[in-house]
Design a protein around this ligand. Structure first.
Ligand SMILES: [Zn+2]
Length: 78
């Protein structure tokens, strides 16, 4: 079940079912904020938007960052 704060509106066709969890790509800008690229399921437009990263994705992103050794998801205070 998608939550309201995970839904974007497509600027091209006005569809209201762009789910952040279905992102095509995600660039983490800072903790809990990312640049999401989502393909609209209605008109296939690529929608790019800076959004808070849903809690559901936190673990996934940390894992991906560690696998890529991208310098994200590390505890920098150590
Ligand atoms: Zn659309």
């Amino acid at each position: 079940m998608a939550k309201y704060d995970q839904i974007l509106i497509c600027p091209s066709c006005g569809a209201r079912d762009l789910n952040l969890l279905d992102y095509a790509s995600l660039l983490v800008l800072k903790p809990h904020v990312g640049l999401f690229t989502i393909q609209c399921p209605s008109c296939q437009a690529k929608v790019t938007s800076i959004q808070a990263i849903p809690q559901e994705l936190d673990g996934t992103i940390d894992q991906a960052a560690q696998m890529l050794d991208a310098g994200m998801g590390r505890d920098l205070s150590r």
